[in-house]
Design a protein around this ligand. Structure first.
Ligand code: 5AD
Ligand code: SF4
Length: 448
């Protein structure tokens, strides 16, 4: 009987990308996927520790599986991986079969053979990878592909757990990334999203020229210059490391999407200082101005108005009402297309965890709502620019009677007037006339 696996993924794109590599490894050693958790022999939970709520869900999942296992004869194996704090590792050790580091994915086959009898005595001969990012993933989001270019983080923002769970920054060699992207283009992928906790500090080696270090703007240019009809973008950026060179490169490289995710986290200099972010609001606003002007000068059509999104945390320890007001001011000034607003949640091991979490839950909620309201307004204002325009859309998926896709400005578009034979439009660029906009997306009709 075949062995079946099911992966549960929490958290960011990086975790989702890791799950695609885990799937590739499991299938190489004889597992096949199942969407039904109950039918799986092996359940992999790819954990996120960025917020406590995600960790709580992991604990919930595990006890659910355990309870079900107790009632059945089949004994499902549970493997935990991803971003896990040492304290949680300790707590969960006895509740799971294995806790494995994602950067050891190359040795998972040997380790798994200790808990799965069907894998015993198997030789994993073709399984010689230098590092885990080397493993070619089972890409699962055609025509979009997420390509990690680095892992880890050196920034130690005071609220953030990532440097503790993912370790220090390691950049993939440039050729390896180029090779993966070339293969994706060959397979028809149309949107390449480079991933890293802070892609702006990418420093990859070139094997062919031993001494040469490739920095991020150069990597972007190298990928942009590959043959093929595709779009390119990347997340996440850091305001302290986003260089003028990158701004220039982005605007001039025609395949780079008119989109930038630039987390600001707070609109107050003192809070930013305590978050250890290493930039000021003046610096941030300058960056936004520069990039908007550049795109406006160089790009054409809707690409002139670059889509800018951000991350914001409300209720950082000691954030006063006045400091919060500075965040509202910033949001009104910058007019983001999108903002992922989070309520501060203390994370063990981080330096902010030593500070008193003194903004009450209700006050965090109140602040969150105020920002969400501002965002709703600015996002709608931005999207209104698309009304009645004919835009190019990359079709990503089909659900019920609609197609879904994105513009080159990374705006989500729902297309309603398609005929059933149009379902093979997935992975194609089409023209869409925008008929309706909301703050969170837009709708249009295929323009033949
Ligand atoms: N509390 C709330 N939000 C957080 N983030 C990171 N750590 C925390 C925390 N402790 C948010 C940041 C980051 C995004 C990925 O998650 O805004 O940019
Ligand atoms: Fe966390 Fe800051 Fe690194 Fe982003 S840059 S992963 S917020 S430490």
């Amino acid at each position: 009987m075949s062995m079946k696996y099911h992966i549960i993924t929490y958290g960011c794109q990086m975790n989702r990308s890791d799950s695609e590599r885990i799937a590739a490894v499991l299938e190489k050693i004889g597992y096949s996927p199942t969407l039904d958790k109950d039918k799986a022999d092996l359940i992999v939970i790819n954990v996120c520790s960025v917020r406590q709520s995600a960790v709580d869900r992991v604990y919930g999942q595990i006890s659910n599986i355990k309870n079900k296992n107790l009632k059945k004869i089949k004994n499902q194996k549970i493997v935990l991986t991803g971003c896990i704090l040492p304290k949680d590792k300790e707590n969960l050790k006895n509740k799971t079969d294995l806790i494995l580091d994602i950067d050891q994915l190359m040795s998972w086959p040997q380790i798994l053979s200790k808990i799965e009898t069907k894998l015993k005595n198997k030789q994993f001969k073709n399984f010689k990878f230098k590092n885990y990012l080397n493993i070619f993933p089972k890409f699962s989001t055609f025509p979009i592909a997420y390509v990690p270019i680095m892992t880890g983080c050196n920034n130690f923002c005071s609220y953030c757990v990532v440097p503790y769970t993912r370790g220090r920054e390691i950049s993939r060699p440039a050729e390896e990334i180029i090779c993966e992207v070339k293969e994706l283009i060959k397979r028809g992928y149309k949107m390449i999203i480079l991933l890293g906790q802070n892609v702006n500090s990418y420093q990859g080696k070139l094997k062919t020229q031993k001494e040469k270090i490739i920095r991020f703007p150069k990597l972007v240019k190298m990928i942009n210059d590959l043959d093929g009809n595709f779009w390119l973008t990347f997340i996440s950026n850091h305001p302290k490391d986003l260089s003028d060179k990158l701004i220039e490169t982005m605007a001039r490289c025609e395949k780079v999407m008119s989109y930038l995710h630039l987390p600001v986290q707070a609109g107050d200099d003192e809070i930013l200082r305590r978050m250890n972010r290493n930039y000021t609001i003046t610096h941030y606003k300058n960056l936004i101005k520069k990039i908007r002007l550049k795109f406006f000068a160089i790009r054409k059509g809707i690409e002139k108005n670059i889509n800018i999104s951000t991350d914001i945390i409300v209720g950082f320890p000691g954030e006063t009402k006045k400091q919060f007001l500075n965040t509202t001011k910033l949001m009104k000034e910058v007019k983001f297309d999108m903002a992922y607003i989070a309520k501060y949640s203390p994370r063990p091991a981080t330096s902010a965890a030593k500070l008193k979490d003194d903004v009450s839950q209700e006050e965090k909620e109140r602040r969150w709502k105020i920002l969400a309201k501002i965002l709703e307004k600015t996002a709608l204002e931005k999207n209104k620019k698309y009304l009645n325009k004919i835009v190019e859309v990359l079709i990503e998926s089909k659900k019920d009677n609609s197609l879904f896709g994105r513009t080159k400005t990374f705006k989500q578009v729902k297309v309603s007037n398609f005929q059933s034979q149009d379902s093979d439009l997935i992975g194609k660029f089409v023209k869409v006339k925008i008929k309706k906009v909301t703050p969170w997306g837009m709708e249009g009709e295929l323009f033949y």
